[in-house]
Design a protein around this ligand. Structure first.
Ligand code: AMP
Length: 421
């Protein structure tokens, strides 16, 4: 037997219904915020992720699915959504469109060669939003608010929004120096990766998973204490707008995010549900003002978020939240002989095209078993055909809840169902 690959999942049954429910909610909420759906390719040139995500990030150094295709091109399966969206923004010259800023969302599979564990898969789905072309701090607050509101609408209670500011280039460079001076005398106390980070990207030491309990990290200088006035005023604005939206948050100086491209606002949303384990970050994001230029486009200020759907569903399950899934069937068409079957086929077409969720018997079951099957499908209306009724132009309908049974003229069936379902 061939089995699925490590770190991948089959989604079916009730689980699939939950996914569809959440996907619909994402679509509806993004519509309300006026974000448009974008679909970019699953595979891109390897170089896009090296330049876009950053040469020193774990994602690029250890986790990408790379291959050489039959045309000898270096290809990578996307490990995250932003690089592809930015490539598309530049390639399609969206910066020249009349409507600005460009507000986009995606909801797609991502691929990372990680050591699979709970909440960490090799194929997973990220829902993400990107606003390209506005540097207004209100956009930072808006991008934070959208996933928070999604989680609220789903009924999730235990969430914590951590925000921080990395400041502008000047603040960031200044802080980097301070950080290097702080860590250098203690280089031997850091993990192997962090020793390299000290040279290449010292900020990333702060979110190291290996060194996270090291006192050295806990006492490290905090970037918010080193922001220049402009950056600090900007951060105050973001917080003010979040307050106006009544989005609760805590300023957490440890949030620097794994990716190289962030500046100013960065944030992470954590599930605070009990027993969630270490993979409890539902998503995060931040402002990236240099990436578009880095990838060959015009200087463009951007802000984005990405969150994992597998982890979101885990959080909902841990909080025992029952989603309002539609597990009912409007009509079940029952029959026994071939004449009735043909009538059933015609009728099923009419009911479905008029918007009723309709099941038609297809296992040649006895009438008794058909009743049982209709119950399993939580059917509201049982349509029990018989040759005599067909001759008389009537249809026998039984309300499966009240058990009331009626003969309705076949010309009035749609009106009857409209009024009674
Ligand atoms: P990142 O792009 O690494 O900042 O991840 C953003 C979110 O995507 C995380 O908070 C998770 O919810 C989700 N995510 C990232 N990597 C994985 C993975 N390997 N498996 C499942 N979900 C993931």
């Amino acid at each position: 037997m061939i089995t699925k690959q490590k770190g991948t999942n089959d989604i079916y049954g009730i689980e699939a219904k939950k996914w569809q429910y959440i996907n619909n909610l994402i679509d509806e909420l993004c519509e309300k915020y006026n974000y448009n759906f974008i679909r970019t390719p699953v595979f891109e040139a390897t170089e896009l992720f090296h330049r876009g995500v950053g040469e020193t990030t774990d994602i690029v150094t250890k986790e990408t699915y790379d291959f050489i295709d039959r045309g000898e091109r270096n290809i990578t399966l996307r490990p995250e959504g932003t690089a592809g969206v930015v490539r598309s923004y530049i390639e399609n010259k969206m910066y020249g469109e009349a409507i600005q800023p460009i507000k986009l969302y995606y909801n797609e599979t991502m691929y990372r060669y990680e050591r699979p564990q709970s909440g960490r898969d090799r194929e997973f789905v990220q829902f993400g939003i990107e606003v390209l072309g506005s540097s207004d701090p209100l956009i930072d607050a808006e991008v934070i608010s959208l996933p928070v509101n999604l989680f609220k609408l789903l009924g999730l209670k235990g969430i914590k929004v951590n925000i921080n500011s990395l400041g502008d280039t000047q603040s960031r460079n200044n802080y980097k120096k301070i950080l290097v001076d702080y860590f250098k005398p203690h280089i031997d106390e850091l993990c192997e990766d962090c020793r390299i980070r000290l040279e290449k990207n010292p900020l990333r030491i702060l979110d190291c998973k290996v060194d996270k309990d090291n006192e050295l990290l806990k006492n490290a200088p905090r970037i918010i204490d080193y922001l220049n006035k402009e950056s600090s005023d900007r951060f105050e604005k973001v917080k003010e707008y979040l307050d106006l939206m009544e989005i609760e948050y805590v300023v957490n100086p440890k949030i620097v995010r794994g990716l190289d491209y962030y500046n100013h606002t960065v944030f992470e949303i954590e599930a605070t549900v009990k027993d969630f384990g270490s993979q409890n970050v539902l998503g995060g994001g931040g402002r990236y003002d240099n990436l578009v230029q880095e990838l060959g486009g015009p200087s463009t200020s951007c802000m984005g978020f990405a969150g994992g759907l597998e982890r979101l569903i885990m959080a909902l399950d841990k909080e025992d939240i029952a989603l309002n899934l539609n597990l009912t069937t409007d009509c079940y068409i029952m029959y026994v002989n071939d004449e009735e079957k043909k009538y059933a086929v015609t009728l099923s077409q009419e009911l479905r095209m008029n918007g009723f969720k309709t099941e038609i018997e297809s296992m040649s079951r006895s009438l008794k078993s058909q009743f049982k099957n209709a119950d399993r499908l939580n059917t509201k209306m049982l349509i029990i055909l018989n040759s005599e009724d067909i001759k008389n132009g009537v249809i026998n309908i039984k309300d499966n809840l009240t058990k009331e049974e009626k003969k309705i003229k076949e010309t009035e069936i749609i009106d009857y169902l409209d009024a009674n379902i």
